[in-house]
Write a protein that binds this ligand. Structure first.
Ligand SMILES: [Zn+2]
Length: 204
């Protein structure tokens, strides 16, 4: 009798979840799978051999990736991070200026709503001023890491507009804005440019 034997790699699913698929570009379900080499007999796995590695497979496009793919934020996580980051950014900006200024508060609420927190209002802002949300450094850096350079500029410009609502920028306000910029991952020169451009636009 002729024995047909060989080696083949088989996958076993160990978990499921949602991730951002780098190939088909959206929030997708994934299967996390362990690959193991097997000794096969008549094409059937008989003896498990070495573990080859773990992969993440998109259940939509079926492409496979390294586990690093799970570190990419999903669109949903990104959407949730942005309003939190803007809340964390406007609190020190308002505090550095006049936190009771109606125009500045309205602009802050508007900026936060602009990032998707549709029901954020002045009461919520007051609550944040009383007790700032989360670790500002962390949440702004998390959002910054997900944004393109243009989107970081836009984010910073929104906070500059909040600071400008109660009049020209004070030194304290500039300092806070530079801090927000650096947490976003913008260089000091870049921050200077965005702040100056936004100031100019507000004067016109
Ligand atoms: Zn995919």
């Amino acid at each position: 009798m002729l024995l047909i034997f060989g080696f083949a790699v088989f996958f076993r699913t160990v978990s499921h979840g949602d991730f951002h698929c780098p190939h088909c570009g959206g929030d997708r379900r994934y299967r996390r799978r362990v690959a193991r080499r097997w000794f096969t007999l008549f094409f059937l796995p008989v003896i498990p051999l070495t573990r080859v590695g773990e992969i993440v497979e998109c259940t939509t496009c079926r492409n496979r990736f390294g586990l690093g793919a799970l570190r990419l934020p999903t669109v949903r996580q990104m959407e949730a991070a942005l309003p939190v980051a803007m809340r964390a950014a406007v609190v020190p900006v308002l505090t550095a200026g006049n936190p009771d200024h109606t125009g500045a508060r309205n602009r802050a609420v508007e900026a936060i709503r602009g990032y998707g927190a549709a029901d954020f209002d002045d009461d919520a802002l007051q609550a944040d001023l009383d007790e700032p949300p989360g670790d500002a450094e962390d949440v702004i850096a998390t959002a910054g890491a997900q944004l393109t350079t243009e989107a970081r500029e836009w984010f910073l410009a929104q906070t500059v507009r909040v600071a400008l609502a109660d009049g020209a920028l004070s030194d304290a306000e500039r300092q806070v804005l530079r801090q927000v910029a650096s947490r976003l991952g913008l260089t000091p020169a870049h921050a200077f440019g965005v702040i100056a451009t936004t100031e100019r636009a507000a004067r016109e």
